[in-house]
Design a protein around this ligand. Sequence first.
Ligand code: TRP
Length: 450
Amino acid sequence: MTERGQWSSRLGFVLSAAGSAVGLANVWAFPYRAGQNGGAAFVVIYLACIFLICFPFLLAEINLGRFTQKNAMGAIRAIRPRGSWLGLGVLCISAGFCILSFYSVVAGWSLGYIFKMLAANETSFPEFAASPIQTLPLLLAFIMLTAFVVYRGIQHGIERWSKLLMPTLVVLMVALILHGLTLPGAAAGLDFFLRPDFSKVTGRTIVTAMGQAFFSLSLGIGGVLTYGSYLSKDENIVSAGTWVVLLDSLIALLAGLMIFPALFSFGQQPTEGPALVFIVLPAIFAALPAGNILGAAFFVMLTIAALTSTISLMELLVAYFVDERGWARGKITWLLGGAIFVFGIPSALSHGAVPALSQMAWFGGKSFLEFMIFVWFDIVPPLGALLFCIFIGWVWGIGKAADELAQGSPGFRKSFLGLPIRADRLWGFFIRFVCPLAIVAIWINAVFFD
Ligand code: TRP
């Protein structure tokens, strides 16, 4: 007996999928990665990846989930019961697990900063991050928070949290943007973030922007596939998917608008790296009236955004163990929580606590955390998406996939935005050719022409 539920409404699905999408990738990673990669040019490439590669793929991934009503592994098995395609299922499950391990470390920092801001504690970020007595309990606390929500089940857990938390997030961000724009020198930040200089773009920039687009939309490792499996056949996947993409990219852009004007106004550098929001923002808040409260509000928001994402990552794993292996939901949730904590320890110790993990010679002197980010953020989601495109477009069959997608989406069989081509044909062309070839071309370009 499996314990599967269904979304109580379309809004429930959109908000939960957007809750999965909007997370640390938008608020923590997007600004620092844009900052390291030249600003506005990175933003333009990221948006191009979102709309040209990720949007068609998002529809495909939700669609496979709804068709099979299964988790990542089960969906592949439903179409190809044996053979090497099951390896893609293994990739998805491993990715969910590994992403949770390092993602929860950053989420734990964010959780810790709520209290640090409230207590007006002035220890610097490097000191804080290098202290295992602080970061390890925070890591554990954050994972337990995630496990608790997932343990409550699909309807009562995820949906209720998302409905409450998403609007709070947007309101808080807009308030911080409006405030930041009034600071002296804010215009230089807007310039950096909005006026592209393509001369700074390298092959690596494009790989990073593409990884950012996939990871930020929770694509390529069966996350939205699992969410799609709780969707009923009369839902309109095309319009739900459009909302998810718009909300996710909007919030990344809002995060940039929130960070860069304030950053430049205080004369700080945009190239700080993963520590960016944790080093620069507290400095900014410190100069504000009621800065502690504002700062705490910011980190509440960041923690909330991270939580709705880790819920979806955990759900991806739990759905696999419940559906494919017949485990009890409660038992597997807590077991996974423990395993993710243990696996997260090296990432947690890699920001100063253990030198061998903090500066790894074989990885350009970067940290274990940055290594995890490279593998599971930049490379694996596009790789999973590439394989899913081939699987959906060529193995399952693009005709069958389009038939499923058209259910509940009447406009899908008609002309695309008034152009002389039908939306379903265009989508099929993208899934079979454009998306996979674009992903491969971006990698080849980075490996051979940088
Ligand atoms: N998209 C989330 C973020 O932006 C992270 C995330 C949640 C994710 N679920 C995922 C990434 C599934 C890849 C796959 O923070």
